[in-house]
Design a protein around this ligand. Structure first.
Ligand code: THU
Length: 135
């Protein structure tokens, strides 16, 4: 049987909320924070970082993943994403692909500033993924 979500996801979202404050989003004004939890409990945060050349923008989730990977952290169990949006903001398509590559079928916990929240697995967000099994 598949397990339910792990504990501590509200706390992880709280940390993502703090990371969101660091967002560099002068163009969209849409701030996003992410907190990625490693299997050993270490937490790596990310925020979106925009650029005047819009297409160079990096999303909060990818910043968190790349920070973690660059620090040698390879095993993850959950990621929390916090944004202020009319509906809960799930990771965008490219972020789903990157999360799948490095985090596999982790739990994804979404929250907004009003306390709405939802927790689901990556495999729900990215069914039929393209990955190393296809190569
Ligand atoms: N953004 C994220 O940080 N994560 C997502 O999954 C969706 C979008 C950022 C990118 C851009 O800075 C702003 O939100 C508006 O798209």
């Amino acid at each position: 049987m598949k397990r339910g979500p792990p504990s501590g996801l509200r706390e992880l979202a709280r940390i993502a909320l703090d990371a969101r404050e660091k967002a560099h989003a002068p163009y969209s004004r849409f701030k996003v924070g992410a907190a990625l939890r490693a299997r050993d409990g270490e937490i790596v945060t990310g925020c979106n970082v925009e650029n005047a050349s819009y297409g160079l923008t990096l999303c909060a989730e990818r910043v968190a993943v790349f920070k973690a990977i660059s620090e040698g952290i390879r095993e993850f169990d959950a990621v929390a994403v916090v944004a202020d949006s009319p509906r809960l903001a799930p990771p965008c398509g490219p972020c789903r692909q990157i999360l799948w590559e490095f985090c596999g079928d982790v739990w994804v916990h979404l929250e907004d500033l009003k306390g709405h929240r939802r927790t689901l697995r990556m495999s729900k967000l990215l069914p039929l993924p393209f990955d190393d099994r296809n190569l």
